[in-house]
Each structure stands twice: as C-alpha cells, then as structure tokens.
Design a protein around this ligand. Structure first.
Ligand SMILES: Nc1ncnc2c1ncn2[C@@H]1O[C@H](COP(=O)(O)OP(=O)(O)OP(=O)(O)O)[C@@H](O)[C@H]1O
Ligand SMILES: [Mg+2]
Length: 322
C-alpha cells in the first residue's frame, strides 16, 4: 500500500480566458480527515473539485490523489475516488438497486460481490427497504443518500461531495451527517472533501476547513482554531450599577478590549480575542473598583464570523452585461 496522502494540491490554477477561477491553490488532506471547502458563490470550489477529480484540466500547478497525478494518471485517480456532484446524477428511471448496479459494473464489480456491496451500502444509507423503488419516486434527501451510496460503492480512498446537503430539510441534513460517521466507522482511512455554504455544518463535521474567495485560498485550519484566532472573536456586553468613570474606561481598553462602545454611561460592549477571558477580567477590574455588575454576556465567535472576517459582506455579483 502506498503511504501517499489522499490529496495533495500544489499551486493549482485554472483560467477561463482572462478570468482566474482558481489561483495557485495549495492544500492537502490526510487519511480519515473530513475537509471542508467554504467560499461565496463563484469562489472556485466546484472548479477546484473538477480539477482534482480529473474532469477539468488545470491551467498550471499539480494535484495528486493517493500519489497519482490527476493529469498524467487519470484512470488511476478515477479508481480511487468517489464523487457526489452538485448536479443531480441519479438515473430517474432505474430502481435504487439498479442505479448502484450500473455504477458497480463500471468499476468491474459483478455477481455476488456486487450484490453484497449494494446491500451493505444501501443499509448504510438507510435505503435497503427501498431497493426496488424507482429513483424518480425518492425524496430529495433519499436521492442524495443514494448518490452517496453510489459514490462509495467501489470503496474509494477519497470521497468528494459538492454541496451534499444543499436544499435538504434539517432532518435529511442530519441523516447525511450521521452517514459520514457511519462511513468512517466502516473505513477509518476514508478522506472526505466537501463543499458547503452551511457554516454550522462545516463547524460540526469538518476536521479542517479552507476558505476560498475569488479563486484564492485565504485560510485553512480547524474550525476551533480559526474561531480562536479571530481578533474580534468574542463580543462582551457588560452593565454596571453606576456610570463608569473616565479612569475605569481607560482600564477596560488596557485589559485587551477592542472596538469599545459605551452604549450608555453604565453599559459597555467590546470585542476581544477568544480564550483570554477578557470579559471576566474586565468584570473583575470593575468589581475591585466598587462597581456591581448587573449584567454580563460573552458571545463566542461562530465560523460564520470567521467567514465574514475573511470574505467581507459584499454580494458576489458581476456587473450586468452591457
Ligand atoms: N467552464 C467555464 N467557463 C467559464 N467560466 C467558468 C467555467 N466554469 C466556472 N467558471 C467561472 O469560474 C468561477 C468559479 O466557479 P465555481 O463553479 O468553481 O464556483 P463555486 O465556488 O463552486 O460557486 P457556488 O458556490 O456558486 O457553487 C465562476 O465565476 C464561474 O462563472
Ligand atoms: Mg459550486
């Protein structure tokens, strides 16, 4: 067995004419890791996945899947990956089981092995009872689960999912999260790379996430680390029983508070770096000075705060055509 990483991407670039959809993107994914690609519409996530899954040739840079180059060793790469694309790819007129059989045969599976694999995967995604149902009659959530079963039928090393939960209800979304756990329990080495616009999903599922915007990879780390490193990652609101004096106001800033706002003489709010207990230290300082703290709330940063801090709030809309 090769010890190559599931994914190694180095300065991968894709241009469409003058437009740069992905600009020297580098990252790697470890065995067993769930890696999330986040980014506004048009950031270049799907283009990146299409290159790494051999569907689109890169303009420059390299990508390797379990050591195989995506340009020079296309078919080796294709055998090692499973994909669930942003577009719906189920054959509507086949049954659930037939959809998987077609896929299995494409990978050289047949006979008893194929039957057993199909049963195993359909049970994993909770569709075994519906094996003879025509795919057209499945709900959106079931269809997505069928696509995932199909993506892992040939036991890939890496599973790519482009927005696997977009458009699903909260129950179906949770069911898919649970399925990832199920898949990884069965195959702890399976690397999963997914894109999503749902920040709580990325936070909940991914070991690491990368934020991509306008083709550039802006940051990459675990959700916890990204939140902790956010300079304004904690928002503190504090109210005292009497007006806060001039000297104590200066004291608050010296404790590491930033963006300090006095909403009234007795109320102050400020941002602070998470994990430094700035809110509690400021409250202590004021108590030592004889104030009574009437109210204290400390709100922690979310991955969405991190996302906005890197990408801003402006809509990604091109100007209307002339
Ligand atoms: N074949 C193509 N020809 C020209 N431009 C393209 C092509 N494919 C993608 N693009 C452009 O590249 C940019 C990145 O597109 P991509 O689909 O990778 O974004 P995305 O991050 O997946 O967005 P979304 O979140 O909306 O799915 C977009 O501006 C898109 O219009
Ligand atoms: Mg996309």
């Amino acid at each position: 067995m090769s010890s190559a990483r599931p994914i190694e991407v180095e300065r991968l670039t894709r241009r469409f004419g003058d437009f740069v959809a992905d600009d020297a993107v580098s990252f790697s994914v470890e065995p067993g890791e769930i890696y999330g690609l986040l980014g506004p519409n048009g950031a270049g996530k799907t283009t990146l996945i299409r290159m790494v899954t051999t569907l689109l040739p890169p303009t420059s840079g390299t990508a390797r899947v379990v050591g195989h180059d995506v340009v020079r060793a296309k078919s080796a790469v294709r055998r090692r990956i499973g994909t669930v694309s942003q577009a719906q790819t189920t054959d509507e007129n086949l049954t659930v089981r037939e959809n998987l059989a077609v896929q299995g045969k494409m990978y050289g599976l047949w006979g008893r092995t194929l039957r057993e694999r199909i049963e195993h995967r359909l049970k994993q995604v909770g569709l075994w009872e519906r094996r003879d149902q025509i795919a057209r009659h499945l709900s959106g959530g079931m269809r997505r689960r069928l696509e995932i079963a199909r993506g892992v039928l040939h036991r890939p090393s890496v599973l790519f999912l482009d927005e696997p939960t977009t458009g699903l209800d909260p129950q179906s979304r949770r069911a898919i999260w649970d399925m990832f756990g199920e898949l990884r329990a069965h195959d702890p080495e399976l690397a999963i790379i997914l894109t999503t616009h749902a920040m709580e999903e990325a936070d909940h599922l991914c070991h690491r996430v990368a934020i991509l915007d306008q083709g550039k990879l802006l940051c990459e780390d675990s959700p916890a680390t990204l939140k902790r490193n956010l300079a304004t990652g904690e928002r503190v609101e504090l109210e005292t029983d009497r007006p806060i004096g001039e000297e104590d106001r200066r004291g608050i800033a010296e404790e590491g508070a930033s963006d300090v706002v006095f909403a009234s003489p007795t109320r102050v709010s400020f941002a602070a770096r998470p994990g430094e207990a700035t809110g509690r230290r400021v409250a202590r300082l004021l108590e030592i000075e004889g104030y009574h703290i009437v109210h204290l709330t400390i709100a922690l940063a979310t991955l969405e705060d991190v996302f906005f801090s890197y990408t801003g709030r402006a809509l990604r809309e091109p100007p209307p055509a002339a």
